[in-house]
Write a protein that binds this ligand. Sequence first.
Ligand code: FEO
Length: 410
Amino acid sequence: MRDKIMLAENIYWVGKIDDRDVPFHRLTLTKGTTYNSYLLKTEKPTIIDTVDISFGREFVDNLKELIDLQEIKYIVINHTEPDHSGGLGSLAAKAKNAVIVCTEPAVEELKEMYKLHNREFHIVKDGDALDIGGKTLRFLETPYLHTEETMVTYCEEDKILFPCDIFSTHVANYEYFNDMAKEDITEDFKVYYTLIMHPHRKYVQDMIEKIKELQIEIIAPSHGFILRKDVKKFIDIYDNMSKNTVNDKKATIIYSSMTGNTKKIGNLIKENLEMSNISVEVVDVNKRAKEEVISTIINSDAIFFGTSTKYADIIGNLEDILKELKDIKLEGKIAGTFGSYGWSGEAIEVVQDYLKNTDMKVLNTADIIKSTGMTDVLFPIRVRFSPKEENLKQIERASIYVAELLLNAL
Ligand code: FEO
């Protein structure tokens, strides 16, 4: 029987220490890692996150030593990546009475990943609370830290934050708590932040804002050390490292708009970039001299080219500019394409073809997936007619991605 690792009364660590060289997001974690899962043994026993998929059966066998699995009432899944949700398939098969608690975007993923189509889900929204009989869990959505569906869970009575990936370290340690660690963990903590969280640092600031009001005595993440000493110091590290830095990067948005919809997209990109302290100039290509537009491009770090589509082609003077670019030295600059269309949006693709003949880094979805794993940063930005609710998120994600590239975070 394993030692019982207790965080507070009736709260147990039930995870897995993985002290191999662990392959992870095209990296190798040479210090290994842990997959921290927690059992809250209340009147309605609750599991918070599970373990990596390779250890699902072992996880369930260990759990049986602490609780009759039929008694488990809730399984909280803060984040769906299989290093944390991976034990859910094995656990749900045995804990037949358990309801799965997660955010709305997580439901379909979990159903498909673990064949849970007939299972009961309890969907939580930002700020919702759940009475688990003797303890109260509060859920805060933390989208894009580091995937869309993520949330953190806070136990009000014990003042413990369960933030899954956030505030983690990749160290296979047998001490469990940072105050028991043999060495200072600060550097490992910062390395983890830089690798996993920093590319999403706007959302780190949103998360810090949300947890600011909580009294947090322990942070119990899902990798590495449980933080019960210097908690504020570790939150401050995230806060400081994710704050916008002063920079002198400039983006230019050049557009040719037929009815005003492409112009609207350009202005939305501008607003999002400016929130990341990037200075932005917006240029209506039909109202400026060609030489002036080209000079603006040469003096920019990132350039967005936008056009409406009319009769399957670019409109206005934009093509005159694009024709010139292949003969100009533009190495190191980032180029993105956007546009509104009504039928098939061919002009956006024509712009993209022109840009590929320059020496700029031209953004496209496939390359972004390959280099970052982000599946929701879509380039070119294509909007049918005027930008609607669902387009706003796409434009925000694309703009923030470019801002982070300019700030060398990606
Ligand atoms: Fe530790 Fe995003 O998984």
